[in-house]
Design a protein around this ligand. Structure first.
Ligand SMILES: [Ca+2]
Length: 496
């Protein structure tokens, strides 16, 4: 399979590259390590550095004090699969055919779609420079041969192939899921069978990441740690549950189990961050490792997205602007903050630049090298940056500078109205017109609904997909039917 050759410079000039990228590391400098801690469904206001008063996050507080708060950092989609696809490739998920799963907003077990093997991931780019690459956690970019982490540039993988709610315990009886498999590389080595198993996932992924860092301390490495926490169903280890039942400062103890477990999960995530940073300090790798902490989309039920409007699934800020920290002692200024438009699309070109890796010249990428921003230098392009908000295949909005225009014509000034409460389109026709033309260009380039974009590439697709493990109670090959191909029980079938 080969990807079609595409014009080097796309319609979105500001978002595409002029190549080649300069190598930042001079000869003799060790190449920096990269660690991306990617939380699932964490709200913008769920951690101390972003204003939480109901969760104790001392490790993240320290990370922020030693690093940089990115207050206007975006993921490219408000749900799991497309957000991860964009982070991993530096491309809008529409560009690479993964704006959604084959028949749902995200990939389901046994889905015939996945990240096309011809797409280049951060891991594949860094491997060309001798990096060891490990992924520990939730993948969700395809569970079929060719789509899994070991097929996409990772030397080592341990984790679950898709969301932790895609198991027989799912609350929606419409779907018949197989057991939730746990993989080491391409091999199923276990199952997540109980809520106690669910509650152990943060520790398991953290331990694997720490072991990988120790094993590869003498060579450059890239660790991608996409936690299953805090996606429903939520469970945490008993010590975190017990601690979360206590009052905090002037706040009473959580009043429901739902609130307790959400707090416990967020505080266990904080523990995980502490373990990673502690390991890097102990190995004296802290001055040579860029650690990024962020979330794949906004918070779901029980999480806190304030002061933003909306949450997971939404094209308002709460769906796609995520609380993000960058940490690299000696390189990222301590105790700093950056309010520029920065995105998950930028990680691939930034890491490539810092590692001295050339970028592919045969395809459009959408991110930019944000090294200067992370190092506290203002970049001349900061003020000009543009970000497009897509929900699945629908283009919903564009941001340029402080302005955000929705496709339905509503205009918000985010610097004075962060919670998107007042439509000011009538007062600013010239801004509205300028942003409307940006929307039109994105529509032609990336598509919108039924309109196919001019510069999009094909999704990965295999002809006869099957689930990784058999469904309980089903026989033969029928037990491996992709979940979305199983007819729901009669009582839950749509009436038409
Ligand atoms: Ca998610």
């Amino acid at each position: 399979m080969t990807a079609p050759r595409l014009p080097l410079i796309g319609l979105l000039g500001l978002l595409t590259f002029t190549l080649p990228a300069p190598a930042s590391a001079s000869a003799g400098d060790p190449k920096p390590n990269f660690v991306v801690i990617f939380i699932d469904d964490l709200g913008y206001g769920d951690i101390g550095p972003f204003g939480s008063k109901i969760n104790l996050t001392p490790e993240l507080d320290r990370m922020a004090a030693e690093g940089m708060k990115l207050t206007s950092f975006y993921v490219a989609a408000p749900v799991c699969t497309p957000s991860r696809a964009a982070l991993m490739t530096g491309c809008y998920s529409q560009r690479i055919g993964l704006a959604r799963g084959s028949d749902h907003a995200v990939l389901f077990p046994g889905d015939p779609h996945g990240l096309h093997p011809d797409e280049l991931t951060i891991a594949e780019i860094l491997k060309t420079q001798g990096y060891a690459t490990g992924c520990f956690g939730k993948w969700h970019l395809g569970d079929q041969p060719g789509f899994l982490p070991n097929d996409q540039g990772f030397d080592a993988y341990f984790g679950i192939p898709y969301s932790n709610d895609m198991w027989p315990g799912h609350s929606n009886r419409r779907w018949s899921f197989p057991p939730l498999p746990l993989l080491r590389n391409r091999t199923v080595i276990g199952q997540v069978d109980s809520m106690a198993d669910q509650g152990s996932l943060c520790r398991q992924f953290t331990d694997e990441a720490v072991r990988f860092i120790r094993r590869h301390r003498d060579r450059p490495f890239f660790v991608y740690l996409p936690h299953a926490f805090v996606h429903h169903p939520r469970a945490a280890r008993p010590e975190f549950m017990n601690r979360a039942k206590r009052p905090i400062r002037d706040r009473p103890a959580p009043e429901t189990r739902d609130r307790t477990v959400t707090r416990a999960q967020i505080e266990e995530i904080d523990w995980s961050v502490g373990e990673i940073l502690k390991t890097l300090r102990e190995l004296q790798l802290d001055q040579n490792t860029l650690v990024l902490f962020t979330s794949d989309n906004g918070g779901s039920r029980g999480c806190v997205n304030t002061p933003l409007r909306g949450g997971k699934g939404s094209a308002f800020e709460g769906g796609m602007r995520v609380g993000t920290l960058a940490w690299w002692p000696g390189s990222v200024p301590a105790g700093s903050a950056n309010g520029s438009i920065l995105t998950a699309l930028d990680l691939l070109p930034t890491f490539a630049s810092l590692a001295g890796a050339p970028l592919p010249q045969d395809r459009i990428l959408d991110g930019s090298d944000i090294t200067a921003s992370l190092q506290g230098e203002s970049s001349s392009t900061d003020a000009d940056r543009t970000f497009f908000y897509y929900q699945q295949n629908r283009l919903r909005a564009v941001r340029s500078g402080p302005w955000k225009l929705f496709a339905d014509g509503k205009l918000y000034h985010l610097e004075t109205d962060l919670s998107e409460s007042t439509d000011v389109a009538a007062d600013h026709p010239e801004v509205t017109n300028r942003l409307a033309s940006l929307l039109e260009r994105a529509r032609k380039d990336l598509g919108d609904g039924e309109l196919k974009g001019a510069n999009v590439r094909p999704v990965g697709r295999i002809p006869h997909s099957r689930t990784l493990v058999p469904r309980t109670g089903a026989e033969g090959e029928d037990a491996f039917l992709p979940t979305l191909q199983i007819k729901p029980p009669a009582a839950t079938r749509p009436s038409n």
